[in-house]
Design a protein around this ligand. Structure first.
Ligand SMILES: Nc1ncnc2c1ncn2[C@@H]1O[C@H](COP(=O)(O)OP(=O)(O)O)[C@@H](O)[C@H]1O
Ligand SMILES: [Mg+2]
Length: 373
């Protein structure tokens, strides 16, 4: 069964100069951020000038990469003098959603208009709490980083979004929710701003629940007016980013652990990516527990029981092995589940480290495990 599944050759992808963008996605807690950081570090050490865009990294991981300030620009990570081949550099950043939105507004308007927009309560709500904003801003930031041409490779982590759809739909969703035509239609005489609200346009109805008071109408009218001029620019940018996502230099990686929920989400992600014709490189099955010895669980269990009186240490080791084999068997079932659903999807299995991956050395180790298939 295992031999028919193609192995995921991540070194080939990482070191190929044609690979410009790698995006990790999957449900929360499976290792997206860790995988993104580990791959970025490996590419940097290979000699590529690499940036990693992380979303909500674990605090200790952020610290070990020198990400102490959330300033929304990539910072050079000290990966050690000897570690990197010539030209190899690692740059890392944490996404600041609100700031990215502000930067987008600044890029498409005059300073005075930007100021008025920032002060508008509709903007404040949308830029910080509208669902899908974080997903969209991750893509916006990717688009911006890619446009600078400064990096050979950009590795992008995605938000710990419950709904896989949020992320995949975000570029299109924002392109349409910021679409000037929609707004123009709604603001033409005879329709008015209250109609927008009444029409239940997601954006506004969400905002309305958090904005109460007589200012509502004025603020909404001002918001629409101020934003109108920027829609063209936003839309063009959203479309450029969406094109980048589909480009041959982009590779998506779905990350999962061998747990029912994560596997179900991963399967769904893989389906969606394939449906949307996004370049899906493969699946990372993280934190697996492969057998440590060539001995069946049943045999180990029997032997453990037999040796319990005479050789407690040997018995304990055998019992640990038996338990690990049980875990392994469950993981294999999960793995076959996803293989049945996606028989041609290349897989890289990454054994669990003994401890969390919160420093460069453990990221290196994850990088080795990711590429040792
Ligand atoms: N292969 C692994 N072995 C051990 N710990 C891991 C491994 N992969 C990830 N972790 C740990 O699991 C936790 C969740 O990983 P993280 O990358 O933050 O997940 P996500 O970004 O998908 O939410 C972190 O504490 C990380 O250090
Ligand atoms: Mg994460």
């Amino acid at each position: 069964m295992t031999s028919r599944v193609p192995a995921l050759d991540l070194d080939r992808i990482l070191f190929d100069p044609a690979t410009k963008v790698i995006i990790t996605c999957g449900s929360g807690g499976v290792g997206k951020t860790t995988t993104a950081a580990a791959l970025a570090l490996r590419a940097a050490e290979y000699g590529r000038r690499t940036a990693v865009l992380t979303i909500d990294p674990a605090k200790r991981l952020a610290q070990s990469m020198g990400l102490t300030a959330l300033d929304n620009t990539p910072r050079r990570v000290d990966i050690g003098d000897a570690a990197a081949e010539d030209g190899g550099e690692l740059w890392a950043m944490m996404l600041d959603t609100r700031r990215t939105f502000d930067e987008m507004v600044l890029a498409h308007s005059t300073p005075e208009r930007a100021e008025a927009i920032f002060a508008n309560p509709f903007y404040r709500t949308i830029s910080s709490s509208f669902s899908g904003t974080q997903e969209y801003m991750a893509m916006e930031k990717l688009g911006r980083l890619a446009a600078t041409g400064e990096w050979d490779l950009i590795v992008v982590d995605t938000p710990p979004s419950r709904s896989a759809l949020d992320f995949l739909d975000a570029p299109q969703r924002l392109a349409s929710f910021l679409d000037g035509r929609v707004i123009r239609m709604l603001t033409t005489p005879g329709r008015g701003v209250m109609k927008i609200v009444g029409a239940g346009l997601n954006l506004f109805s969400k905002a309305v629940t958090t904005i109460i008071g007589g200012q509502l109408l004025n603020d909404a009218a001002q918001f629409v007016q101020l934003f109108e001029d920027m829609f063209g620019g936003f839309r063009a940018r959203a479309e450029a980013t969406y094109t980048l996502l589909r480009a041959p230099g982009t590779q998506f990686l779905v990350v999962a652990t061998c747990e029912a929920d994560a596997v179900r989400e991963a399967s769904y992600f893989a389906d969606r990516l394939q449906e949307e014709q996004m370049p899906l490189a493969g699946l990372v099955l993280n934190r697996t527990h492969p057998p440590l010895a060539d001995l069946s669980g049943g045999v180990a269990e029997t032997a453990a029981a037999r040796l319990a009186g005479t050789s407690p240490l040997a018995s304990a080791v055998l019992a640990v092995h038996a338990e690990r084999m049980t875990v392994h068997a469950v993981e294999q079932r999960m793995r076959s589940r996803i293989v049945r659903a996606h028989p041609t999807l290349p897989i890289a299995a990454v054994p669990a480290l003994a401890a969390d991956a919160h420093d460069l050395e453990s990221l290196r180790e994850i990088g080795r495990r990711l590429t040792d298939q």
